[in-house]
Design a protein around this ligand. Structure first.
Ligand SMILES: [Cu+2]
Length: 124
């Protein structure tokens, strides 16, 4: 009775391939609960990201901190850092949002309610 075993093996192989594919995308960015001490900081003020283009090394973390009363966030469209869009929480004044970037690439982002606010993270 080799067939059922073979079919199970094939299914397992397909499941593993799918898991690997989505895992690779998820590995590009890691959302962090707290800002690591060595994170590079991008301040948000006067309706803009003060460092709209930031260059970091793979494995570095970036912390965005809102300096003004107007709430802002960081939003990566689907396909940029993951299959799905990654939409950061809306930050009130003095609140932060952090992420670690693990793969080289250029990752564009914007602010959800203010799409004219744009920035990018270049990971080397
Ligand atoms: Cu905004």
């Amino acid at each position: 009775m080799p067939f059922p075993t073979k079919a199970r093996t094939l299914l397992a192989a397909v499941a593993m391939a799918l898991a690997t594919a989505s895992g690779a995308l998820a590995d590009k960015i890691e959302l962090l609960d707290a800002a690591p001490e060595d994170a590079l900081v991008v301040n948000i003020d006067k309706m803009k990201y003060e460092t709209p283009e930031i260059t970091i090394k793979a494995g570095d973390a970036v912390t965005w901190t809102n300096q003004e009363v107007m709430p802002h966030n960081v939003h990566f469209l689907a396909g940029v850092v993951a299959d799905e869009a990654v939409k950061g929480t809306m930050l009130k004044k003095d609140e932060s949002w952090s992420a670690r970037f693990n793969e080289p690439g250029t990752y564009d982002y914007h602010c959800t309610p203010h799409p004219f606010m744009r920035g990018k993270v270049v990971v080397e």
